[in-house]
Design a protein around this ligand. Structure first.
Ligand code: G
Ligand code: G
Ligand code: MN
Ligand code: NA
Length: 253
């Protein structure tokens, strides 16, 4: 079988699942969001991480249909949490550059929001700096997405190759500091300097800033001291299946 067919078959037969990683406000420890992270529940091979199939899906274009599924699933889940009476949170969905540039992306997002009846402000799209390579086109798509009312975050911030000049031109809401800078923080003085710099830059640009990959207390203390707005990572929770996340969510109310 062609591997593209495997991916299409997996999509058609419901083998993809989303796990959710909690995101917290560091000022009050409140749950503010959930990052949706896709996994492939393969009948023979078990749970396959995205690193093993997203690159292939990117290459053969199936990422667009898989991504549309993930968006709908995440929005549906978030609406279901709200309908269950839980305090509203944002659901964050990762979009690759290929998805971002697919014709009709804005209509797809718009239609999913209508179908699921999720208010746009409760959907966040996580993009990477790689979309900035075509700055003019990126600006057009970003403006159209912002016009829908969704939030935009820049994921893996700091490891891309793009210039910083786009930060003041583009309608972005949040920077997510790449976990490679958090890992050795604050022991590694250089990483600590970079993290402080990103936090200050974000705030000066009126952007929110979140740390990802927070694994220990010292990192959390450092981030809190330097007024990072939010955090996620194994210190809090690893990505959880929908049902486990829902249980955790109820406990936090
Ligand atoms: O969960 P994990 O750390 O294994 O995720 C690895 C990578 O897969 C991350 O870079 C993440 O952005 C990406 N990823 C996870 N879910 C999705 C998705 O639904 N769509 C896209 N395009 N990428 C995803
Ligand atoms: O590229 P993106 O930021 O979307 O990918 C997030 C990835 O980081 C997911 O694969 C998720 O499982 C992983 N992740 C989440 N929290 C932690 C953490 O505390 N430490 C590490 N090493 N990885 C994490
Ligand atoms: Mn992400
Ligand atoms: Na990231």
């Amino acid at each position: 079988i062609e591997r593209e067919d495997d991916l299409r078959h997996a999509l058609a037969t419901g083998q993809f699942v989303l796990h959710y990683q909690p995101q917290y406000d560091l000022r009050n420890q409140q749950l503010t969001g959930a990052e949706a992270l896709i996994r492939w529940h393969h009948p023979d091979l078990g749970l396959i991480p995205p690193s093993s199939f997203i690159p292939l899906a990117e290459e053969n274009g199936t990422i667009n249909d898989i991504g549309t599924w993930a968006l709908r699933e995440a929005c549906q889940q978030n609406k279901a949490w709200q309908n269950a009476g839980l305090a509203p949170i944002t659901v964050a969905v990762n979009l690759s550059a290929r998805q971002f540039y697919q014709p009709g992306l804005v209509q797809v997002v718009s239609r999913i929001l209508e179908e699921t009846e999720l208010e746009p402000r409760y959907l966040e799209l996580e993009l990477t700096e790689s979309i900035m390579i075509e700055a003019e086109q990126a600006l057009i798509v970003l403006r159209a997405l912002k016009a829908l009312g969704v939030r935009i975050s820049l994921d893996d911030f700091g490891v891309g190759f793009s210039s910083l000049s786009y930060l003041r031109k583009f309608p972005i809401d949040k920077l997510k500091i790449d976990k490679s800078f958090i890992q050795e923080c604050p022991v590694d003085v250089n990483d600590a300097t970079i993290v402080k710099m990103i936090i200050n830059m974000a705030h000066n640009l009126k952007l929110s800033v979140m740390a990802e990959g927070v694994e220990d207390k010292d990192q959390l203390t450092f981030l809190t001291q330097h007024v990072c707005d939010g955090a996620q990572g194994f210190l809090f929770q690893k990505p959880l299946p929908g049902r486990a996340f829902t249980e955790k969510f109820h406990e936090l109310q």
